[in-house]
Design a protein. Structure first.
Lengths: 202, 202
């Protein structure tokens, strides 16, 4: 049975990387991390194939052309993307694949693989919004308006996802994500499919 | 924000009651158990309002007539059912309600409350079906056919539910159910709704 594609994203600055590291640093996870490819130079301490696959701009553009990127984006003059081959091979082997990518990338994956599990990490102040707005009665109107605007943008982004998890505390957020992935394995569609596959294999 | 309605069911004999007791015996659950009503006499040690609401046949039939039962069924001459009032009041107070009911009852709830979380408990031999069928190569054809028939019936039942959990070990099954309930709180529809409610309350 094919593994689950897990897409973990959220607004920039929310702490996706930190939560992802916490998830993979604890032993009780059973999914593989998909290492992104990038054209930027390795920073000190970064290891090729662990932190990123460091490839040239030409290689990257060839991969885009051949449809070998599940998603990609350009950011301050460099490409970042997810090579499709590793993802497909791992899913086919029955293992779950975990992507930690930007929201623009998640939108691309949603189009190509709508049956993935899409998890959105939200900043803690989103859930606290009303409290914050009312508590800080002294805030200038433009500050409040700015906050409401951000809130609306987050809501719009969120609608694409299956789950939204608050990053109030790294350990808690990490546990929530791991729980969600576990529970998704018990989705009835999935259980029935594996069950029917078993019967057919007889 | 309204609580989640959790419907826990499965084929008779699968161990629903045992798993439910395990779930409620451990402290880390945050949902209320909906006590069923019945017209049968209390057995020794059973407490009214804890194990069941013991009511008369006349009372039960009046409640059916007034639409005060979320679901009900007759079984060896006695009625069993879920009073709607407690369920609605608890959900309205923001708490989750947990129903442990028969599959026929779950079908009735699905019609009335399709947005509930429906969890199906399956016997462990279902997932082991292929193994069992092939391992026991000596089984008579009618035994195998009987097993295949049961399997097909289970699949048909399961399709109504959101999740299917195997009762291979009581503690494991109980943890899976609790995880599913936790994760359902992070469903994006739910988070967005609570978020919009917060904004509107401002």
């Amino acid at each position: 049975m094919r593994g689950l594609l897990i897409v973990f994203s959220g607004p920039s600055g929310v702490g996706k990387g930190t939560v992802r590291k916490e998830i993979f640093d604890t032993p009780n996870h059973e999914f593989e991390y998909s290492v992104s490819a990038t054209t930027r130079s390795p920073r000190e301490g970064e290891v090729d194939g662990v932190d990123y696959h460091f490839i040239s701009k030409e290689e990257f553009e060839q991969m885009i052309e051949k449809g070998e990127m599940l998603e990609y984006a350009e950011y301050v003059g460099n490409y970042y993307g997810t090579p499709l081959k590793y993802v497909n091979e791992t899913l086919d082997s029955g293992k779950d694949v975990f992507l930690e990518i930007e929201v623009k990338g998640a939108e691309q994956v949603k189009e190509k693989a709508p049956d993935g599990v899409f998890i959105f990490l939200t900043p803690p102040d989103l859930t606290e919004l009303r409290k914050r707005i009312t508590d800080r009665g002294t805030d200038a109107e433009d500050v409040i308006n700015e906050r409401m605007k951000t809130a609306r943008e987050e809501i719009d982004m969120m609608a694409l996802y299956d789950y939204a998890v608050v990053n109030d505390e790294i350990k808690l957020a990490s546990d929530r994500v791991k729980n969600i992935i576990k529970s998704e394995h018990f989705r009835v569609d999935r259980v029935m499919k594996s069950y029917v596959e078993n019967l057919l294999e007889k």
